[in-house]
Design a protein around this ligand. Sequence first.
Ligand code: ZN
Ligand code: ZN
Length: 91
Amino acid sequence: MPTPIEKMIDASAKCAKCGAPMGKCSCWITLRCPKCKRARTVEREDYDPKNCAVIECSCDRCNHFDSSTVDYFDAEGRQINLDGELITTAS
Ligand SMILES: [Zn+2]
Ligand SMILES: [Zn+2]
């Protein structure tokens, strides 16, 4: 039995939540560990920024020091804050 995530990866798959072609909706967020680069797709939570496409946070294996740093990125790979606003690095 393929899991919902495995079905999702199928190129012809539709979103299991809203029925839109995969990649055309925002029901899902990529959760990525910045240290080991492992990534998985998770359901968007209500508290996630609306335009967030990728969340970077340490996975269980890498998070040895209880650092709860979480970074949000939009679909363009730009870092955003919890309100979905771009974080501009002042120079
Ligand atoms: Zn969807
Ligand atoms: Zn990791």
